[in-house]
Design a protein around this ligand. Sequence first.
Ligand SMILES: CC(C)(COP(=O)(O)OP(=O)(O)OC[C@H]1O[C@@H](n2cnc3c(N)ncnc32)[C@H](O)[C@@H]1OP(=O)(O)O)[C@@H](O)C(=O)NCCC(=O)NCCS
Length: 184
Amino acid sequence: MTPLRTERLILRNWEERDRELFHRINSDERVMEFFVMRRHRAESDAMMDWIAAGIDRNGFGLAAVELADSGEVAGFCGLHLTNNIPGVADGSIEIGWRMAPEFWGKGIAGEAARAWRDFGFDHLGLDRIISFAVAGNHRSTAVMRRIGMTARPEHDFDHPNVPDSHPELIRHVLYEMLPGDPRS
Ligand SMILES: CC(C)(COP(=O)(O)OP(=O)(O)OC[C@H]1O[C@@H](n2cnc3c(N)ncnc32)[C@H](O)[C@@H]1OP(=O)(O)O)[C@@H](O)C(=O)NCCC(=O)NCCS
């Protein structure tokens, strides 16, 4: 992909030097509070390779978020093709984010998400972008609202990949944005 630039960030495909950070955001208890899966290093490496290949293929994906001034990578943010989400056609585009905790509370996820939102509507010509999260993941739904997305409670759903052993992680809320919606 051609990297996207914002005021503070470079959104780009993954590089070898990112593997440690990528593993940390897939195994850290705070970051993964709303996910069942914790990935070992080998699983995390395989996931990074899978995401990187998708970015090469599609020109977008869950890209690395690099701070332009320091070169540090904070986490990932990007557009992703959905699969197996109840009430959502496979191949619909969602926007998602995951940052290491030391980069929370600085507006980094929001800044990256706005760039991907604009890329989706203005470059890819998408007619809808969705996002979803565990109902209690208020930090994530706050990002959705901050960038101009709207809750669509009629489309909230029980995630089919969450096992009954984690009932608190099953219910998901869905937000959406259309091209003409106000961008904030
Ligand atoms: C979800 C997640 C990315 C949100 O990160 P975040 O830093 O809270 O979100 P933003 O980038 O929008 O930052 C907003 C915060 O930065 C603050 N901020 C500081 N400087 C700012 C700036 N220059 N511009 C904008 N906001 C700024 C805002 O006031 C706000 O603070 P608040 O949370 O105290 O109200 C993060 O919590 C995370 O990675 N969670 C774990 C993974 C996860 O759950 N992912 C989503 C799965 S659906």
